[in-house]
Structure formats: structure tokens, C-alpha cells
Design a protein around this ligand. Sequence first.
Ligand code: NIG
Ligand code: FE
Length: 465
Amino acid sequence: MLYAACLAPVLGIAVEASRRIKVNVFVCSQERAIRHNTRALGDSLLITGASQLLTLGGRGPRRGSSLSNLELIEDGALLVRDGLIAAAGTRGQVEALPGARAVDKLDLGGRVALPGFVDSHTHLVHAASRAEEYELKIQGASYEEIARKGGGILNSVKRLRAATADELKKRALAALQQFAAHGTTTIEAKSGYGLDVASELKILKQHKELATEQPLDIVSTFLGAHVVPEEFRKKADGAKRYIQLLEENLLPTIAEHHLAEFCDVFCDRGAFGAAESKRVLQAGRQWGLAPRMHAEQLSRSGATRLAILLRAASCDHLEHVNKSDIRALGKSETVATLLPGCDFHLGWKKYAPARALIDAGAIVALATDYNPGTSPTLSMAMILSLACTQLRMTPAEAIGAATINGAFALRRDKQVGSLEVGKQADIAVFEVADYREIPYYFGVNHCWMTIKRGRVIHAAKESRN
Ligand code: NIG
Ligand code: FE
């Protein structure tokens, strides 16, 4: 099927006689985007007109000074075949390829194109916002005080248990559409607001279903060890008995039905200690789930050292790491994932030491931590703005951290995170003339188009062209 012919009815795209595609009006409802994405692949597409094409090609993951290496091509072009990148280069180079003739064409009109964001830390499935706690926090209550009184994560657990699968799915689908509209093409999604067998499985099954019902890739993580649920807190040895439930009941079922790829633990004050976390992560590994951790968010718990010891894919947050943690991360393959949306939303002044981590050679990634308690945003561009102003990362470093390093954190760096031959054609196009304007303009979404596996899944309503 011709690419243009396939797009026209879906996105209101006018196909000109030259078979050049021009985006006019955005009429892409969620259902249409889903339908569009499920069409059989087999098309070729020539994309030209990127004033700056950030390919992020070359060796990944990025450490130290290489984090700012965007492999920027001016007047860049891409050739896409069967949803994969077939060529990347200047317009002249790509147009000269024999395979670039007689294909459908998409002109980006001088905008900036980069790999779709890889958001490597989200709590996608939850039932409701916690706006009432937001107000309490503004009035002086602390995050941990609210949690001790049964609010916080337990508040979200109560609401999720009461919600139907349909309600949860509707909310998650709406969020996924927004992720796409903000330039994100791959997300990680954690369970952790169920905390009993039925409710945790309800979330993980949603991850699996959502992955087939909409275009974004979803990487599923089991976070049964988020906190000890209410009903176990009243029992003697409650934490131990809850961990036994995870080991004996949940993990075998998750493994049997392939419901998660990673196992995460919130290792911190008020959640799980280092010894408990180790036990859960080792059990997860026995069932084939690779470890990752919530580490040093509220206090220094030793989680970073444990993550490195267990060769975890990532340890995330890191506001309270010390110098020796930073040195150790610099020598390890465990990604240091920074989540500045949390500190911003909670009004905390202590952000993770991004500069020291980069200088030590750590693999630094950025993610939204989209969740109702500490970071209710799904905009990676907003996270880039915070990374620049609060973490003192340069725009180029922030983009590397949000793409290729995020992909490495999810062990998807062979498929996504850069625009290189053989990888998925996952592309975010921003209505800016210079990539530094992506974090520079904050609070407004300038994502003009998002392409997943060569398919347009979001196109902005208005265009200046
Ligand atoms: O990543 N730190 C633990 N988990 C989430 C917050 C969960 C919540 O407050 O609902 C986080 O910040
Ligand atoms: Fe989190």
C-alpha cells in the first residue's frame, strides 16, 4: 500500500500529484491512530527537510563528554523501509540513493527531527490524580507525613483496587496518546499500585494489552515491592510475609504469562530496606526478570551499591547518592536515571548531582517518572527543561539522556534511541529551528509530528507553514 494513500484518510493529509505528502489538518483521534498503526508494514518513505537531524548515531550508551554528541546533520534526510531506517544523511546523500526514487515523500519544512523519546521510568497504570495531596503539600505537609497517614502510594492503591480494568485502560490509553503527542515513542511502565495478587496482575495484563492496542512500545516492569500494603502492616513480620507472597505467588505467575521483563523495588525509608530489596530482586531474577531500582530518593539507603552489585539495568532518582556511589556508577553498566520532575513537583530543592555523575562517566538517562504522587507529567520536553535549568545539563546532554541512554536503560538500544540504519523509524519532529529550543521553550508542547515504526501517530493541529 502506498504510504501516502494509507495516511491520507487517517491524518487528513493531502497527497499532491508528485506524491509529496503535506500535512494540513490534524484529525487523528486515538482510535484512528491505533487503526493506522496496525496496518501491514511494507512501505518506503523519504523524509527530507530537517533543518537539524539529530541521529544520535555511533557508540552508545553515552558517557562523559560523548553524552553531548548528537551526530547532528544539517538539512538531514531519512529513508524508511518497512518501519525501519534504511538510510540517514544529508538530503543530497539520501536522495541520490537508488532506493529513494519512486517512494512516498514527507517534507518536514525545516523543523528539527530527533529519535522519539524513550521514557524509561513511568507508573503508567493508575486510577486517579492525587491533586488533594498536592494542595496539602503546598500547605506544608510533607510527602512522607502524608504517606505515614495512609495517603501517598497507599491512597493510589486503594483507588486502583476499586477501579475496573476498563476504567484503568481508558485512562492509560488517554495518557499514551499524550505521550505520543509529546514526542515519546517507547515507555517503560511499572505496576506497584495494586499490591495484592489480583490487582498487580490486573496492571501487568494491561501493559500487555496496551502494547498491542496502540502504537507505542511498552516495556513492562513488576514493582510489587513498592511499599508494604495496608493489610500486611498489621501483621507480625508483615514485610517478610508480603515478600513471601511476591516470591511464591506473584513472580511465578508473572513469569508463566510473560507479564514483565524487569523487577523493580522502592528501596528507601518507609518502603523496603536494602536486605529486603536484594531478596526481591534476586527472586525476580530467578524468574527471568532483570533488576532495576528506585534508589536514594528520600534518603541514602545503599540502593545504588546494591543495584550495581546485582548488575541492575538502572537505578533511578539518586538525589541522595554520595561521592562513592557516584564513582561506582561511573564504572558500572547500571544506568543512573534522573527524574527531576519529582523534585520540581514536590517543591524540593535537592536535585540529583547530574554534573558529578556525568563527569564520573556514569550512563545518565532522563525520564518523567509519570505518576500521580510525585511527577504527574508525561512531557519529556518538560523534563529536558528541568534537566537544563536544575541539573545544569546542556540541551545536547539532556537529549542524549532522553533517547539513546534511555533506550540502554531498557536494554532496547539495538532497536530504538537513535536514527541509525536497521533501527526502528521512531522520530519526533519539533516546531523549532534549533534543537536547543526544545528545552528552552517550557510549558508548551512544540512537538509537531511523531512517527513510530515509520507511521505518523501524531501530527499537530496547527503549523506555521
Ligand atoms: O517514583 N518513589 C516511589 N515511587 C514513585 C512515587 C509513587 C507515588 O507517590 O505514588 C516515584 O516517585
Ligand atoms: Fe517511580
